[in-house]
Design a protein around this ligand. Structure first.
Ligand SMILES: [Zn+2]
Ligand SMILES: [Zn+2]
Length: 257
């Protein structure tokens, strides 16, 4: 039995859990260890049982729990060389680790992990496709756009965790300072609902069955707007999918393969 679920999603912390029956994999370690432990307990496991911790990039909403986690876990840290360079000073010395350049494919035990570069304002940021072929889930958040290279890495995954960060109108009319608005809207920022909706439709045309809408901004988005964008894009393309929202402070329903 293989499943995954998000444990937290948004600018206050991101994490997801993947289990293929043998390997326990955490994708990102935002929030704190107490939070992650309580979520993992619901799933019948704990931080001490993790085999691998995959990190997408060095922003604190993805790594804030990492220093303590690496003290209490025997897990192997998996991240890009640039991400490791950015976080190493906060970690226990010489942690067990696998470093890579985004674009490489890794074999973690028997678990295949494809990595792909994202466009974001953090050196070495990347996304992951965890699992092989159709039985895989792609994690694609914290990116200003989706390049052809990224799309070809993700396409064909049965499930995709995709960033629906903001509604452009809410962001433009909202309280953020102008330079921050520009950063979020840039192609090294975050995906808008409208853009992510178009990506979602293209993915579902290529066989994706489950979409988890992730990393919604608390200020510049509403769950209903993200859902509406995804649903409308699929309807326009005459496609269907199981669409779920990743809660900010809690698990999404586990997705089973
Ligand atoms: Zn983030
Ligand atoms: Zn980020």
């Amino acid at each position: 039995m293989t499943y995954f679920c998000t444990l937290a999603s948004g600018s206050a912390g991101n994490s997801a859990f993947y289990f293929d029956g043998r390997r326990r994999v955490l994708i990102d370690a935002g929030k704190n260890v107490r939070y992650l432990s309580s979520q993992l307990r619901w799933l019948g496991t704990g931080v001490e049982e993790l085999d691998y911790v995959l990190i997408t990039h060095s922003h604190s909403d993805h790594v804030s729990a990492l220093p303590v986690l690496m003290k209490h876990s025997r897990a192997v840290l998996v991240c890009s060389c640039d991400t490791y360079a950015a976080v190493a000073a906060k970690l226990p010395p010489d942690p067990p680790r696998i470093l890579f350049a985004p674009g490489e494919t890794l074999n973690l035990g028997d678990c295949l992990v494809r990595t792909f570069a994202t466009l974001h304002d953090a050196m070495g940021s990347c996304g992951y496709v965890v699992g092989a072929g159709r039985e895989s889930v792609a994690f694609c958040t914290d990116t200003g756009t989706v390049t052809g290279e990224m799309f070809s890495a993700i396409r064909g995954s049965r499930a995709v965790v995709l960033e629906f960060n903001h509604d452009e109108t809410l962001l433009k009319n909202g309280p953020y300072p102008y330079p921050l608005k520009l950063r979020i809207l840039s192609d090294r920022g975050h995906l808008s609902n409208a853009f992510a909706g178009r990506v979602a439709a293209a993915l579902c045309r290529d066989g994706t069955e489950t979409l988890v809408l992730a990393h919604l901004s608390a200020e510049n988005n509403r769950p209903a707007l993200a859902l509406e964008a995804a649903t409308a894009a699929l309807e326009r393309a005459e496609l269907r999918a199981d669409i779920r929202l990743a809660p900010r402070d809690g698990m999404c329903d586990p997705v089973f393969f």
